[in-house]
Design a protein around this ligand. Structure first.
Ligand code: ALA
Length: 854
């Protein structure tokens, strides 16, 4: 049995028991689940159904979900069964069946010959032994006994048998099925059992009896309706079904191990080092290809860091068995070839992923040699601990993920000062932050004893004083004003442009840099010189600021309209607000339909026309939270926050500049809807003057099209007038055919052979016949070009009587040695034996009559 067959057997087994089959979701969890980094179980994409927040498409579901388990990265290579990336088969009941049916189905699928066909004598079940508030699962024990598992192979276990999807959310006791591979495999201890870590007992299916929701404080509340969530590792089931010693030797990995053996000369099973390296490469090869194909890019945080760790660990282990130049890209190509049929995204993303892997491989390989030397020195040193400084240098200079350093040190019996390392990392982060704060500026020259007061919410033209100035020597200068009307870039909104002017000088404002709560402007001198202490007039460019404000308020209205139309899972993932347009990125899966987009555009315009006045105020963060103001996930806010409210429509924390009332936005037009990355949609829109210009251009285009259509219509009329009448013969024959029509059960039947007519001509003739007879069934044969042509054409009345053109044509085409196809209304066929045409047409007529008589 191949892994593809096992996947299919599982899914169709449950399909035939009324489960709806769902496609795998992305490895990047859906937008409604910020609690997990990557999808680790089949139930992840279904969480809102279990929690009763969304209505499931069906109460029984089944899927094969791509999963990734980060904690296993360092374990991979050391056992036969651990994988980071794997596929999880699952069946789910959303408040439908519970334990009994779940246990019965699982047992049947696992033991029956057309399921997995496992020997029941090798199977063990584990159940939850209870703890504190949650009692032992006696019910599950009784159910396993009932299906035939003997009591001595049912084991009560603790923590492992209580499953939860993340720190909070649906959870419950679970039962695991284990396969005993026999005494000769594994640790050989007498007490070895399903709770042993060795490779003898393989856990391959977990049945979670989901009945609680875990809250933030760790307490459990009952779920609205108890549910079932199961997960079977496809690769593990395959390993057991194929009777091989390791998941890596199953067809889920194809010939990847052999291919790497061929490149490197290393042999699986030869030395522990070689075997480990081969497993790491086989696993990480799949892992990196799938992670990157789901839109993740290597980076220093979050998912990007997971991908980077996997890639760098693979490179290191590759080097250990002598693989060097660009082997990662070759490995990726092999994985894609192997798995692209089951996972088409691998094929679609291949060029992008190959490029990204090549860049990452180049970057890390370059430093690996020098970094590797440092590591060797460190490991050769005395003492049993790698210092924080060394670990930090390996990380910072050579790009060694700390986990990799810990792993390698561990191989040499050494620890790493991880706490010290964390402190050094924090210090570095703080340094980086102050570097950003002083930013593009040697603001040291500007380190002034005052903070600029931003007055640009209210005033766009002020007289103020230059507090400090620093000439950058390239025609630009950094200037600190006492009061500034200029908005510094932030919250998606671009910086204002404008100018400052003294009696003797004038300078254009090129940028406004936010320095925490303070700001510095970057100016280019047009003439004269500016000096500290001088009075200047500071003026914001209104041509840019006005549309920017319109776009910013429109962004809030758009956000509210999206949530109203699509649901509360829509949250902001990024934005751009400038004078030219607005762009809003938000979490949502799948493109918006034209209807949804039209509704959203209409809603925003309705709010514009309603001319809501904006209400903007500063309050405590807690109060804003009580008011339900939208805050961005992961964003840090101070104790006092600014709330921008369009009464009854939207309430967001925002530091941006806004119109006074919504009518100032003018028309709102969506110009594009695209995807920006996995699970994130992007809408671009314009307002005010830009929208007006856009609508005018569209109207002009529509007018031009209308004129062109009118021209074409008159041309068509002229051509029709000049065209010769259809050949008399054909006209005559149509008239003759109509005259010769017979009738059966109220349907007029025309069945005839027309000499020298091809398929298209027959079709035209049948159309003309049908326009004069109704209800009508027309079958015509023709023998143009030495071939047989058949056409059947039935109108609605004939079809209502049970006639289908395609059925008739399919039945008679073989008579002229041909074949054909079509629909119930019209079908045609070609054949190589025109001599049989009359017989075919007669057979068609007989079939029609028979059908009409029945
Ligand atoms: N969600 C359960 C697991 O991942 C089935 O083990």
């Amino acid at each position: 049995m191949t892994s593809d067959e096992i996947r299919e057997r599982f899914l169709s087994f449950f399909e035939s028991r009324d489960h709806r089959r769902l496609p795998s979701g992305s490895l990047v969890p859906a937008e409604h689940d910020p609690s997990v980094l990557l999808t680790t179980a089949g139930m992840h994409p279904l969480k809102p159904y279990f929690q009763g927040r969304e209505k499931p498409p069906h109460h029984r579901l089944t899927s094969c979900q791509k999963c990734f388990r980060t904690p296993d990265i360092d374990v991979v290579g050391t056992t036969t069964r651990h994988l980071t990336f794997f596929e999880m088969l699952g069946n789910f009941s959303i408040g439908d069946y519970f334990k009994k049916f779940a246990v019965e189905q699982a047992w049947q699928l696992v033991t029956s010959p057309d399921g997995f066909g496992f020997d029941p004598d090798k199977l063990w079940a584990t159940v939850y032994r209870g703890d504190g508030d949650v009692p032992a699962d006696e019910e599950a024990i009784a159910l396993w006994l009932e299906v035939g598992v003997p009591p001595e192979r049912i084991m009560r276990l603790g923590g492992d048998n209580f499953w939860q999807a993340g720190p909070v959310g649906p959870c419950g006791p679970c039962s695991e099925l284990h396969y005993d591979r026999g005494e000769e495999v594994g640790c050989g201890r007498d007490e070895c059992g399903p709770d042993c870590d060795c490779d003898r007992f393989i856990e391959f299916w977990n049945l979670v009896f989901m009945q609680y929701n875990m809250l933030d404080d760790g307490s459990l509340e009952p779920l609205p309706r108890p549910s079932i969530d199961t997960g079977a590792g496809l690769e593990r089931v395959t390993m057991l079904a194929q009777g091989v010693d390791s998941a890596y030797l199953t067809d889920a990995f194809g010939d990847v191990i052999e291919v790497i053996e061929g490149w490197s000369g290393a042999r699986y099973g030869h030395t522990p080092g070689e075997t480990k390296a081969l497993k790491v490469l086989a696993d990480h090869g799949r892992a990196m290809s799938f992670l990157a194909s789901d839109g993740i890019e290597p980076g220093n945080e979050g998912r990007g860091y997971v991908l980077r760790r996997v890639i760098r660990r693979a490179i290191l282990f590759g080097h250990r068995i002598g693989l060097e130049d660009a082997f990662l890209v070759r490995l990726h190509a092999r994985v894609v070839e192997l798995l692209r049929d089951a996972h088409p995204e691998l094929g679609h993303e291949e060029p992008r992923v190959a490029e990204l892997l090549a860049a990452e491989e180049e970057r890390f390989s370059r430093t690996l040699e020098t970094g590797g030397k440092l590591l060797d020195d460190v490991l050769a040193g005395s003492g049993d601990e790698v210092s924080a400084d060394d670990a930090f240098r390996l990380h910072d200079t050579y790009g060694f993920p700390i986990e990799l350093t810990v792993e390698i040190a561990g191989e040499h019996g050494k620890r790493v000062d991880e706490a010290g390392f964390a402190t050094l990392m924090d210090e570095q982060r703080n340094r980086a932050r102050s570097a950003i704060v002083t930013g593009r500026a040697e603001v040291s020259a500007l380190e002034s004893d005052f903070q600029t007061e931003f007055v640009g919410y209210e005033r766009l033209d002020v007289t103020t004083q230059v507090g400090a100035i620093h000439d950058q020597g390239d025609g630009t200068a950094l200037v600190k004003l006492r009061e500034s009307p200029f908005y510094p870039k932030g919250g998606g909104q671009v910086a204002d442009s404008g100018w400052i002017e003294s009696d003797a000088a004038r300078a254009a404002v090129e940028d406004v840099v936010r320095v925490e709560d303070d700001q510095v402007i970057v100016v280019r001198l047009e003439h004269g010189e500016l000096h500290p202490g001088e009075r200047v007039r500071a003026h914001v460019d209104l041509e840019a600021r006005r549309p920017t404000m319109a776009n910013h308020t429109a962004t809030h209205l758009l956000h509210a309209a999206l949530r109203g139309r699509l649901g509360d899972h829509v949250t902001q993932a990024g934005s751009y607000v400038g004078p030219d347009k607005l762009r809003f990125d938000f979490r949502h899966s799948g493109p918006l339909t034209p209807d949804e987009l039209a509704d959203i555009e209409r809603t925003v315009n309705e709010h514009v026309v309603a001319n809501h006045p904006l209400h903007i105020f500063v309050t405590s963060r807690d109060r804003a939270g009580e008011l339900g103001a939208m805050m961005l996930f992961g964003e840090k806010y101070g104790d006092h926050v600014r709330v921008v409210e369009v009464p009854e429509v939207s309430r967001e924390l925002c530091g941006g500049t806004h119109v006074r009332s919504t009518a100032e936005i003018g028309p709102f037009v969506v110009t594009r809807e695209t995807s920006s990355s996995q699970g994130i949609r992007r809408i671009e829109a314009i307002t005010a003057g830009a929208a007006l210009a856009h609508l005018r251009a569209e109207a002009a285009e529509a007018q031009a099209l209308r004129s062109r259509v009118a021209e074409l219509e008159s041309e068509v009329k002229q051509v029709a007038r000049a065209a010769p009448a259809p050949p008399a013969a054909e006209n005559g024959s149509v008239a003759g055919l109509i005259d010769g029509a017979s009738e059966e059960g109220g349907v007029r039947i025309v069945a005839a052979v027309v000499a020298d007519a091809d398929g298209d001509q027959l079709l035209q003739m049948s159309d003309r016949i049908r326009s004069r007879l109704s209800p009508a069934a027309v079958v015509l044969g023709g023998d143009a070009g030495g071939k047989a042509h058949l056409v059947a054409s039935f109108d609605g009345g004939a079809q209502e009587r049970g006639l289908s053109a395609v059925d008739v044509i399919r039945a008679v085409a073989p008579i002229v040695d041909g074949g054909g196809g079509g629909r119930a209304a019209m079908a045609r066929a070609g054949g190589s034996n025109p001599a049989q045409l009359a017989e075919a047409v007669q057979a068609a007529e007989d079939a029609i009559r028979e059908r009409l008589r029945s």
